[in-house]
Design a protein around this ligand. Structure first.
Ligand code: FA5
Ligand code: MG
Length: 462
């Protein structure tokens, strides 16, 4: 779409790595890219990337009614594919649908064009099956970036992936002519297991781009307008607080706008009853970049990532004379804070003791936990080889025990002084949300996991 048709609309603290996720992966690569002495062994060579030739397998995988030919990259498990199409964010009065609606209402209510219309368009029905190009390349994620790994993603086939973030749609929506939009959807990641992490969760992406009139027109004295420019006359070096092409003042305006927008959202949702802090971070698609953390039950929880969009993405989308911000927030984390939901697995529950509590659509009602059943702890220790990845273990355990596992954590590791072999000990917390699990049930699940780690992960039990 020609540019003229584009809709005319228009503090940081220390990083705590409590909830590592793909951001941590983006961050790791940044460290690798900027530190030439980085320990390469931290990125084992067996991780494979999209440059590999796919091996054709004579099997199909059907997702959302569409059939795909499997190849060497396919790693979508049945438990994951069964979640595609559930669309919790579209189920009326599901807590994720309520929080989505509240956020959209906030944006529609707070941001209006000169003519009174909504500035932010909203989309929530895009398929989670996207191309690798959309999920990574369109966002300037380099071809060998660790975040593309099969260890961390669910590949449908070599060039198709379950989106790992809603950022996968940024470039296409900008290209179709929108300057400000919200995109909500289910996203998929091979990730750790605990009360704030689940392999399928929901994100909302927000994007807003500005031309120089949008950005500087609020200046008191319009004669000053001409003094402010979005672009440097010639690119500078990249600096910690700005990209090469953008001026400091344009970047600071956008940073201010972005942070103000997100803090207003959080205050509006949580009635100002909330402690927040900004943490500097790294994403390949924004610079500078931040995470917003919120205190929940005395713990800082990362709620979203955001930043000033890389100009290369705007260029690819045809918005060459613009600057913009983007954010991606975790809907579960917002709903957990708003409703006081203690465990991310509950969002998938069909138990009426859960669903009935939201049936009225009342966003102010606090969740009343039904009785908490006793946990059962089991440890599993083994010698690992260089190929071992924690995410493979988490996936395997989930395939056996599903949502009966509340948490899995690495509680001990050491290297044997003589053999130099590495031992890992993981503690599995079993606790179903709807009943007490019997000892026999837990033992049988644990035995099955012990058997499968040996068969599939090439480890030796201790
Ligand atoms: C991203 O996904 C970036 N695409 C966000 C972004 C968008 C940055 C636009 C800049 C510009 P991250 O991996 O940090 O970033 O995830 C964003 C949010 O999703 C997190 O802050 C968290 O709230 C939520 N989240 C991440 N992993 C999980 C998980 N396994 N379970 C539940 N929520 C998660
Ligand atoms: Mg993050």
């Amino acid at each position: 779409m020609p540019l003229v048709n584009r809709l005319a609309s228009s503090v940081s603290s220390n990083k705590t790595q409590k909830f590592p996720s793909a951001t941590a992966i983006f961050g790791r690569l940044h460290a690798q890219a900027t530190n030439h002495n980085a320990d390469k062994s931290a990125y084992p060579v067996h991780r494979s990337y999209c440059t590999e030739q796919p091996k054709q397998a004579d099997q199909q995988i059907v997702l959302n009614g569409v059939s795909y030919m499997k190849d060497a990259w396919t790693n979508v498990s049945p438990s994951i594919s069964s979640k595609i199409g559930r669309n919790l964010h579209l189920q009326p009065n599901h807590p994720l649908e309520i929080i989505k609606r509240k956020i959209i209402d906030h944006f529609h209510g707070s941001y209006r064009s000169r003519f009174g219309g909504c500035i932010f368009a909203s989309v929530d029905n895009l398929s989670p099956v996207v191309s690798v190009e959309q999920n990574f390349d369109s966002l300037l994620v380099s071809p060998d970036h660790v975040s593309r790994s099969k260890i961390d993603n669910y590949y449908v086939k070599h060039d198709t992936v379950l989106r790992s973030h809603t950022s996968a749609h940024q470039r296409d929506l900008l290209r179709s002519g929108w300057n400000s939009f919200l995109v909500t959807g289910d996203v998929y990641r091979r990730d750790e297991i605990d009360k704030t992490h689940y392999p399928v969760f929901h994100q909302m992406e927000g994007v807003r781009v500005f031309d120089s009139f949008d950005l500087f027109s609020d200046m008191q004295d319009s004669s000053e307008l001409s003094d402010f420019k979005i672009f440097e006359p010639s690119p500078t070096d990249r600096q910690p607080d700005k990209q090469e092409q953008y001026t400091v003042e344009a970047t600071q305006f956008v940073e201010f706008q972005l942070k103000h927008t997100l803090i207003s959202l959080v205050n509006n949702l949580f009635d100002d009853d909330v402690e927040t802090r900004w943490v500097d971070t790294y994403f390949p698609f924004t610079h500078p970049s931040w995470e917003l953390e919120v205190k929940i039950n005395d713990e800082w929880v990362e709620m979203l990532g955001c930043g000033v969009m890389e100009q290369g993405i705007l260029k690819k989308a045809g918005a060459t004379d613009h600057i913009g911000w983007a954010f991606g927030l975790g809907l579960e984390r917002f709903a957990m804070k708003l409703f006081g939901i203690p465990d991310i697995r509950l969002f998938w529950s069909d138990d009426v003791r859960f669903t009935s509590q939201f049936a009225s659509g009342d966003s102010y009602k606090k969740f009343k936990p039904f009785s908490k059943y006793p946990p059962s702890y089991k440890d599993i220790s083994f010698w690992i080889d260089n190929e071992f990845q924690g995410n493979d273990l988490f996936e395997l355990a989930r395939s056996v025990a599903g949502d009966s596992i509340e948490q899995m954590s690495l509680v001990d590791q050491f290297v044997h002084p003589k053999t130099q072999r590495t031992s890992h000990c993981y503690r599995i917390t079993y606790r179903a949300m709807d009943r007490t699990m019997t000892d026999e049930e837990v033992n049988s699940l644990q035995n099955r996991i012990r058997q499968l780690v040996v068969d599939e992960l090439n480890v030796e039990l201790r």
